[in-house]
Design a protein around this ligand. Structure first.
Ligand code: ADP
Ligand code: MG
Length: 569
């Protein structure tokens, strides 16, 4: 029995690969990786058996990447995969493991895609090719795929290739590659025809069998909601309100106009959201993605094309608001979450007539997608109450309240029948009118029209984490100037370099707005802020009140006396 190494470094991987694994947040090798990597690095042939989700891709990709000669731009490894989705997945994985290997090139080649692009990619020179059997045969026959320098061949998901009728193609390919190569065959099961292929084409293979039936890694939790009853928008906002661990989300829609419409609707409901589509120029797209990265916004509403390749580790949720056109698009979409070793979530909205698409996705990715029960109004209300309580405690802790305590005292003194509890309840009632705390107050009808609250201010109620106390600033731009909270956050994060999470509440009034920023901003930042413009308008940012740390401490005393009065009652 071989002893099981416990770290990637023990496996003998190069510093570049170790760095990539650490970037990705992989902490330790999975059992199949521990078992296979040393054999493959040593040049052995290998027969690996393990379930889906056990980490087979890295098990063969890492040794391949370590052994290729980057200076030779010729295919040195060929990986055969049963479907184009899997080919793309493996290609993306290779790319991410090779992030510190400069000049590394990989090409996925599969049927259904025009030959042109693939010929161009192959012509430019690649180190690793990942393909479906039929298309690989095509390229070998056309001589557009030169396998004369091939050193490693991997058959990934061999039983699946058998099931899909590719076994003869696979054998044909095995007969058309150099016999001096290393060969590895991976399969979840070992039916007789696969065993025969292994016996015929593998030379003295090492056998690795991982028994565990439970997948060691399931990075993305996939769920679907069958559209019924509620409007999609209401279902979406309910989900956004009660999902656990929601940090940032990317929402996929079908059209460019839908990205803008939905982003606006979410903004009107107080979310930091922005559209991302192909009509936006590169600079604007990158800026939007940067804002998502730094927390300036939490939601991006995107089309497939615009979102391709986005790598923002804080995306905790991918929401397929409109179902994707095909499985490949689905795989691309959900790949935006669960990155850097974090747990990801994918939610798919499915109309009744789209159920067959859902099943096709499940078949093709061979991952079950669980049904999601929409949170009830009560669940939403409960969550809001919890947040409200938290907010109150935060205010008690961080704000100077003596003036307000005095106001409350006056109310109490002016009316003999009113006690402090009633006053507090009335205040809670007032505060929640825009965002009801009671289940009965929640509508499941169409979205509240943002204009309905005209005359009142619109609060930007994103969750923020502050390190230092906040200071309120007045800016000379308000709703009448067409300003949105997103514009302000954008200007602050892009122009003044203030992290989105440092920005507090933003309240829009008709011709001015009030924003909260940390009270310890540097001189340079304040200078930049003084000249900041949003939508061509100079903001003339100015502090509302002067407040220094000493006064802050006095505020602490006032808080205690408020508490005493409260309990003395
Ligand atoms: P399989 O091919 O066995 O079905 P994959 O290679 O596709 O499995 O891996 C499944 C998921 O697990 C991928 O998201 C991958 O990034 C992740 N993964 C693989 N190895 C590790 C590891 N050692 N630590 C953390 N995550 C891993
Ligand atoms: Mg796999």
């Amino acid at each position: 029995m071989m002893s099981t190494p416990t770290s990637f470094a023990d496996l003998g991987l190069s510093p570049e690969l170790l760095a990539a694994l650490s970037d990705l947040g992989y902490e330790a090798p999975s059992p199949i990786q521990s078992a296979c990597v040393p054999y493959l690095l040593a040049g052995h042939d290998l027969l690996g058996m393990a379930q889906t989700g056990t980490g087979k891709t890295a098990a063969f990709a890492l040794p391949i990447l370590q052994r290729i000669d980057l200076r030779k731009r010729l295919p040195q490894a060929l990986i055969l995969a049963p479907t184009r989705e899997l080919a793309i997945q493996v290609a993306e994985a290779c790319q991410s493991y090779a992030r510190h290997l400069p000049g590394f090139h990989v090409a996925p080649i599969y049927g259904g895609q025009g030959m042109g692009l693939q010929l161009k990619q192959l012509g430019r020179g690649v180190h690793v090719v990942i393909g479906t059997p039929g298309r690989v045969m095509d390229h070998i026959e056309r001589k557009s795929l030169d396998l004369s320098h091939l050193t490693t061949l991997v058959l990934d998901e061999a039983d699946e290739m058998l099931r899909m009728g590719f076994i003869d193609d696979v054998e044909w390919i095995l007969q058309h590659v150099p016999t001096t190569r290393q060969t590895a065959l991976f399969s979840a099961t070992m039916p007789e025809p696969i065993r025969r292929v292994a016996q015929r084409y593998l030379r003295d293979p090492q056998e690795v069998k991982i028994k565990s039936t439970t997948a060691t890694v399931t990075a993305i939790r996939q769920r679907y909601w069958q559209v019924s009853g509620l409007h999609k928008l209401d279902a979406l906002t309910r989900i956004l309100e009660v999902e656990d661990n929601l940090d940032a989300a990317i929402i996929f829609v079908r059209t460019k106009t839908a990205t803008v419409e939905l982003a606006e609707k979410l903004e009107a409901r107080g979310y930091g959201a922005a559209a991302l589509n192909g009509d936006m120029n590169q600079v604007l797209r990158e800026r939007t993605i940067d804002q998502l990265k730094t927390g300036g916004i939490d939601i991006v509403v995107a089309t497939d094309v615009a979102a391709r390749g986005i790598d923002v580790p804080r995306i905790s949720h991918v929401i397929n608001y409109d179902i994707p056109n095909d499985t490949e698009a689905y795989v691309h979409r959900i790949g935006r979450t669960g990155r850097a070793g974090r747990q990801g979530n994918a939610i798919l909205f499915v109309a009744p007539r789209e159920i067959s698409t859902l099943r096709a996705i499940e078949r093709s990715t061979r991952q079950p997608i669980e049904p999601l029960t929409l949170p009830s109004k009560q669940a939403v209300a409960d969550r809001r109450v919890a947040q409200f309580k938290e907010q109150i405690m935060q205010v008690i802790e961080s704000e100077e309240l003596d003036y307000f305590a005095e106001v409350v005292n006056e109310i109490e003194e002016e009316s003999t029948e009113t006690d402090i509890h009633e006053i507090a309840a009335a205040l809670a009632f007032l505060v929640q009118q825009e965002r009801p705390l009671r289940a009965e107050g929640l509508s499941d009808a169409l979205p509240r029209d943002a204009n309905a609250s005209r005359g009142r201010h619109q609060d930007d109620t994103r969750n923020r984490r502050h390190d230092s106390p906040l200071q309120a600033y007045r800016i000379d731009a308000g709703r009448a100037h067409g300003i949105t909270p997103g514009d302000i956050v954008g200007a602050l994060t892009n122009e003044a370099g203030i992290g989105g999470r440092a920005i507090g509440r933003i309240s829009l009034f008709d011709d001015y707005s009030i924003i909260e920023l940390p009270n310890d901003l540097s001189k340079e930042t304040l200078n930049t802020l003084a000249f900041l413009r949003v939508r061509q308008r100079p903001l003339k940012l100015a502090p509302m009140v002067r407040r220094d740390r000493q006064e802050k401490r006095d505020g602490g005393k006032a808080k205690k006396s408020f508490a005493r009065k409260k309990s003395g009652k």
